[in-house]
Design a protein around this ligand. Structure first.
Ligand SMILES: Cc1cc2nc3c(=O)[nH]c(=O)nc-3n(C[C@H](O)[C@H](O)[C@H](O)COP(=O)(O)O)c2cc1C
Length: 635
C-alpha cells in the first residue's frame, strides 16, 4: 500500500532508504557546553531502530555563542567530534541516514543560554518572544560566522554524518538576514534580494569548499515568515530557485518565525499546513522537496509522494509520539501507531517550560531510552490499579509490558477518565486517538478489567495484590457559595460529555484550561451568550485557547469573584463593586482536588500503595502519563 513511501531516494551521493524523515527538534538532552550525551544518542537510535529513512538532528551550534537553548549540541571545537561520531555510529548500525542541522540563533537567543552575551542579529530589532535587543553584527563578525558554519560542517563530516542541513528557517540568524522584516541594513548584507542573501551564499560556498563535492548539503527555510512585511510564499518561489542554483541539494520547507503564532496559530492546527506551499516551490526546482508540519498519517504521506507533491516527508512530533512509526506502517500495523495529538505539552512545552527538555504525553518514554528497561521482570507482581484515566492506563500498559499481572478497576462504565471529556472542546478531537490507543493496548496486553467497580479496602484485603496503584485522579472543586446546589449549576465535564443540557445564557466559573475550553465548546453551539468569570487577573495563558474565545465572541471577566448564584443570574464582585450577570446555566470549572480515598483507607495497613498523578497532586495529562510510566517501572 505504501510503496512510494518505502522507495529509496538520493540526495547527492547519499541513498536514503525511504521517504520518511525525522525533522530537526531541540531536545535539550546534551551538556551545557555542547557535548553529546548517551541520552541524546539512545533517543536518536530508537528512531533508527524504528525505520526512519533519514534523521535530521536538532540544531547544532556553529560557535560557542550560537545557542538558543541551554543544552543543545555543538560542533564548534574538535573535542566535540568524538561524541557525535558515537551518535552516527549508533545510527549506522541500522539502515537510516543522519544529517546534522547547523545553525546560529541570531536574535532568537538570550543571555541565559549563550554565555551572558547579548544576542546578535543583522539589525537591532528584538525577537517578540525573547525581547532582548540584539547587537547589530559588524561585517567582520559576519565573515567569522560564515567561517564558523564551514568549520562546523567539516566537523560534522568528520563525525560521520551523511550530510548537513543549513538552518535558514524559523527566524534564526540566516533567516533574519533573508527577511526585510528583520534586516534593515544598508550595507552589502541588506537591502535588495541578493544583498540579503549574501550571507547564505557565503555560508554555502564556505561549507562546500570545506566538505568537498561528495557531501550532501541541504537547507531548511520557511515558506513564509508569517508577519506582514516579511517574506511571502512568492518570495520563497524566487528564493527556492536561488538556493538550488547555489548548489543546495534538497529543500526542507517549514513555516514561520518566533512570534508569528499570533498570525499562524489557527493555521497550525491544520494537517499538512505547509504542504501546499511546498508544492508551489516544487514546481520551480529540480531538487528534492520535503514539506513538514502536521503530516501525521501514512496515508497522507503516501498520497503526497505518489501525487508528485513531495519527494520526502518531514515528521517531527510524530517521531516523538511513535519512534517506530515507519516500521509499523511498513508491516501494515497501522492501528498500533501511537499518534501525536498536537497537544504540545511535552515537546514545545518541555523545552520552553520548567522540565527543560523534550518529553511526550502519548510517549512518556521518549528521551529516556537510555535508562528504561522494558525487559520482563524477574519478580512479576500482582498489581491492582484504581482508576482508568491516563495515569492508571499508562501504568497498566507499562506494568503489563514488564510482565506483571495487572487488573484495572474503573468506577465508571468506560476507561479514559478525564481524557474522555478532554477530546470534546473545539480543536481537541485528536485526544480521542490516544485514549482509544490506550484502551486498545489494555486489550492487546490482556490486562484484566473491572469496570463499574470501585477498588475498596475490602477488595484489597480479600484479593491480596502485591501492589496497589491509586490513580483515581481528582474530584471537581465545588466551593461553598450560596446557590451552588441549584439545578442549573452543572460541572464542566458533564457539559462536555453531553450529560446535561445548557441554556442560552451561560456563565462559566473559572478561566483555567477546562473553563476556557468549555466556554469555547458552549460558544460553538451558537445558542446565545457565554461569559467566563475568573478571580485572578488572567485566564489560562494558552494563546490558542484565548484565540478560540475571541473567535467565538466569549466575554471574559477577570478579577471577578463569584459571590452568589440566583435562579436567573449570578452576582459577582469586581473589586469593591457588585454586579449581576444573567445566567440560565452556571458551569463550574474551578479545577480539581486530589481524590485518594483508597490511599487513606490503606494507610495503616502494610499494603504497598503508590499514589500517582491527579490522586496525589493536581496536574495535567502529561504529568499523569509520566507518573504512570515511572510507577510501573519502579515495581
Ligand atoms: C520540541 C521541538 C523542537 C524543535 N526544534 C527544531 C530545530 O532545532 N530545528 C528546526 O528546524 N525545527 C525545529 N522544530 C520544528 C520541527 O522540526 C517541525 O518542523 C515541527 O515540529 C512541525 O512538524 P510536525 O508537525 O511533524 O511536528 C522543533 C519542533 C519541536 C516540537
Amino acid at each position: 500500500m505504501y510503496k512510494n513511501l518505502f522507495s529509496p531516494m538520493r540526495i547527492g551521493n547519499c541513498e536514503i532508504p525511504n521517504r520518511l524523515v525525522v525533522t530537526a527538534m531541540v531536545t535539550n538532552y546534551c551538556t551545557e557546553d555542547g557535548f553529546v550525551t548517551d541520552r541524546f544518542i539512545k533517543y536518536h537510535e530508537e528512531k533508527a531502530k524504528g525505520g526512519w529513512g533519514l534523521i535530521i538532528t536538532e540544531d547544532y551550534a556553529v560557535n560557542e555563542m550560537a545557542k538558543g537553548y541551554s543544552h543543545i549540541p555543538g560542533l564548534y571545537k574538535d573535542e566535540q567530534i568524538e561524541g557525535s561520531k558515537k551518535l552516527t555510529d549508533a545510527i549506522h548500525k541500522y539502515e537510516s541516514k543522519i544529517f546534522c542541522q547547523i545553525y546560529h540563533p541570531g536574535r532568537q537567543s538570550n543571555q541565559f543560554v549563550n554565555g551572558g552575551k547579548q544576542p546578535v542579529a543583522p539589525s537591532a530589532i528584538p525577537c517578540p518572544w525573547l525581547k532582548e535587543i540584539p547587537r547589530e553584527l559588524t561585517v567582520e563578525e559576519i565573515l567569522q560566522i560564515v567561517e564558523d558554519f564551514g568549520d562546523c560542517a567539516l566537523r560534522a563530516k568528520k563525525s560521520g554524518f551523511d550530510g548537513v542541513e543549513v538552518h535558514l528557517a524559523h527566524g534564526y540568524l540566516l533567516a533574519e538576514f533573508m527577511s526585510p522584516h528583520t534586516n534593515k541594513r544598508v550595507d552589502e548584507y541588506g537591502g535588495c534580494f541578493s544583498n540579503r542573501l549574501r550571507i547564505v551564499k557565503e555560508v554555502y560556498e564556505n561549507v562546500r569548499s570545506k566538505v568537498g563535492d561528495d557531501f550532501p548539503i541541504i537547507c531548511r527555510f520557511s515558506s513564509r515568515d508569517g508577519f506582514m512585511g516579511g517574506r511571502t510564499l512568492m518570495d520563497s518561489i524566487e528564493l527556492a530557485q536561488y538556493l538550488e542554483a547555489l548548489g543546495f541539494q534538497a529543500l526542507d520547507i517549514s513555516q514561520g518565525m518566533y512570534g508569528d503564532y499570533n498570525n499562524l496559530d489557527n493555521d497550525t492546527l491544520r494537517h499538512g499546513f505547509t504542504v501546499l506551499d511546498a508544492d508551489e516551490i516544487k514546481q520551480v526546482v529540480n531538487i528534492p522537496v520535503m514539506p513538514t508540519n502536521r503530516i501525521t498519517t501514512a496515508g497522507l504521506a503516501e498520497a503526497l509522494i505518489s501525487g508528485g507533491k513531495a519527494d520526502l516527508i518531514g515528521m517531527g512530533r510524530t517521531s516523538l509520539a511513535d519512534p517506530h512509526f515507519p516500521n509499523k506502517v511498513k508491516k501494515g500495523k497501522l492501528s498500533s501507531v501511537r499518534h501525536c495529538i498536537n497537544c504540545n505539552l511535552g515537546c514545545f512545552g518541555g523545552i520552553l517550560g520548567p522540565r527543560g527538555h523534550v518529553t511526550c504525553l502519548v510517549n512518556p518514554s521518549v528521551g529516556r531510552e537510555y535508562e528504561l528497561d522494558f525487559s520482563k521482570s524477574n519478580d512479576p507482581k500482582k498489581v491492582f490499579i484504581a482508576g482508568g484515566g491516563p495515569g492508571g492506563l499508562q501504568a497498566a500498559v507499562t506494568a503489563a509490558q514488564k510482565g506483571h499481572h495487572v487488573t484495572v478497576f474503573e468506577k465508571k462504565s468506560q476507561l479514559g477518565g478525564q481524557l474522555l471529556s478532554a477530546a470534546y472542546p473545539p480543536t481537541k478531537g485528536e485526544v480521542a486517538q490516544f485514549t482509544a490507543w490506550l484502551i486498545q493496548e489494555v486489550k492487546n496486553l490482556n490486562i484484566a478489567l473491572r469496570l463499574n467497580t470501585i477498588l475498596t479496602k475490602e477488595l484489597v484485603d480479600s484479593e491480596k495484590p502485591d501492589v496497589v496503584i491509586v490513580a483515581t485522579g481528582g474530584s471537581p472543586i465545588i466551593p461553598p457559595i450560596k446557590g451552588i446546589t441549584k439545578p442549573h449549576v452543572v460541572l464542566a465535564e458533564d457539559v462536555l460529555l453531553g450529560k446535561v443540557s445548557t441554556g442560552n445564557k451561560v456563565v462559566v466559573c473559572g478561566g483555567g484550561e477546562v473553563g476556557i475550553e468549555t466556554a469555547a465548546f458552549e460558544a460553538t453551539k451558537e445558542n446565545g451568550s457565554v461569559t467566563v468569570i475568573e478571580m485572578m487577573d488572567h485566564t489560562h495563558k494558552n494563546l490558542r485557547l484565548n484565540q478560540l474565545l475571541d473567535m467565538y465572541g466569549v466575554t471574559v471577566n477577570i478579577n471577578t469573584k463569584l459571590s452568589e448564584i440566583a435562579d436567573s443570574h449570578v452576582i459577582v464582585e469586581q473589586g469593591p463593586f457588585k454586579r449581576v450577570i444573567e445566567a440560565d446555566t452556571v458551569i463550574l470549572a474551578f479545577g480539581y482536588k486530589p481524590l485518594n480515598i483508597l490511599a487513606d483507607e490503606l494507610k495503616d495497613t502494610c499494603q504497598d500503595v503508590r499514589v500517582i498523578a491527579g490522586a496525589n497532586k493536581t496536574g495535567n495529562a502529561l504529568d499523569a502519563t509520566i507518573e504512570g510510566l515511572d510507577v510501573a517501572m519502579s515495581l
